[in-house]
Design a protein around this ligand. Structure first.
Ligand code: PLP
Length: 355
């Protein structure tokens, strides 16, 4: 079966096999990695390895630190303004996840939405030219490089003088980025990194100097950094699996190799959609996501049949997000090209039979 779920998403088979093989006895310790002390050598070396691999994969500059936190990306929607919003927080509204980040920030101070594609049902990413002049007074600019629900990807990294903050939950490690351009990156793990339960935060130390102290130390970036992400018990098993995924990524040739495969996967699926008169993707060509591909059928009365038949053919979880309907195929790193080939074959056959 191929799993097209938007999240939590599938992990590489070889990673799950390794986890299965060492589940009961981790490195001849006689116990599972789940059962060892988070302060002992076995787990602290997993944590160090995960951080080192992620740093290499993303080519993080020395100025940036990695934190493993809890509460998902959603907790970050509030934690970012509660640390860094002193006057005004600037946001780009490119979809449902941007909206959630904006709504959370409003509880902490003034929010300035520099640009929004809401009037066009979030079918494109606002260009920098449309908001450029507005950003200078804000404490930071927040944007969502990949909108998981709308299937919209920003084809550019904003160039701003203020700290740049990005929610990479659904595209981290799927394409190379210049991390030095960002002051703060965060990503829930459960799409391209590992199981739910951990959120990766990459923060420039310089930005932390402007942070407000938090009431809860587990949600205080400075305190988490000082404690190497272990103010309290971290989600050890999720971090262990993240490390295995990072190792798998290195074996695949790293992020640039992954990006090449992801481009191939996405272009194959978009071609199948665009070449047909039966399927349609509403997003502007330049802004189409490579990770989440929404599409609608010419006749939505066929949706239920499409979903039942695709499920029976081993193509899992193709239903679109409940807020938009239609279909959505998520093509995270663990999805092989063979999965996209199977999907496009199924789609062409479905069109021949029902189109
Ligand atoms: N941001 C983006 C872009 C997402 O896709 C998601 C979840 O799908 C979230 C935030 C929320 O993540 P979490 O469920 O980890 O809070």
């Amino acid at each position: 079966a191929f799993n097209f779920c938007a999240g939590p998403a599938s992990l590489p088979t070889s990673v799950l096999e390794q986890a299965q093989a060492e589940l009961l006895d981790y490195q001849s310790s006689g116990v599972s990695i789940m059962e060892v002390s988070h302060r002992g050598d076995l787990f602290t070396s997993v944590l160090a390895s995960a951080k080192a691999r992620l740093r290499r994969l993303m080519q993080l500059p020395e100025s940036h630190d990695i934190l493993f936190m809890q509460g998902g990306a959603t907790a970050q929607f509030s934690l970012i303004p509660s640390h860094f919003l002193h006057g005004v927080g600037a946001y780009i509204n490119s979809g449902q996840w941007s909206i959630k980040a904006i709504e959370a920030a409003k509880r902490f101070g003034e929010v300035q939405v520099l640009a929004s594609s809401e009037e066009a049902n979030f079918s494109y990413m606002p260009t920098q030219a449309s908001w450029d002049k507005l950003a200078s007074n804000a404490d930071y600019l927040h944007y969502t490089p990949n909108e998981t629900i709308g299937g919209v990807r920003s084809p550019f990294v904003p160039e701003v003088e203020i700290p740049l903050i990005a929610d990479f939950s659904s595209s981290i490690l799927s394409e190379t980025i210049d991390a030095s351009k960002f002051d703060f990156i965060y990503a829930g793990a459960q799409k391209n990194i590992g199981p739910a339960g951990v959120v990766v935060v990459i923060v420039k130390r310089e930005l932390l100097k402007t942070a407000k102290e938090q009431a809860s130390p587990v949600f205080d970036y400075g305190k988490m950094l000082a404690a190497d992400s272990m103010v309290n018990t971290p989600p050890t098993y999720s971090i262990y699996l993240a490390d295995l995924v990072f190792k798998w990524l290195e074996e695949q040739g790293g992020v640039s190799a992954m990006e090449e495969i992801n481009n191939q996967k996405a272009s194959r699926l978009y071609s199948c959609i665009d070449d047909s008169g039966f399927y349609r993707n509403p997003v502007a060509l330049s802004d189409r996501s490579r990770m989440n591909v929404p599409f609608i059928l010419a006749d939505d009365r066929l949706d239920a049949t499409f979903l039942a038949e695709s499920e029976a053919a081993g193509l899992k979880s193709l239903a679109g997000h409940r807020s938009v309907g239609g279909m959505r195929a998520s093509l995270y790193n663990a999805m092989p090209l063979a999965g996209v080939n199977a999907l496009t074959e199924f789609m062409r056959d479905f069109e021949r039979r029902y189109g």
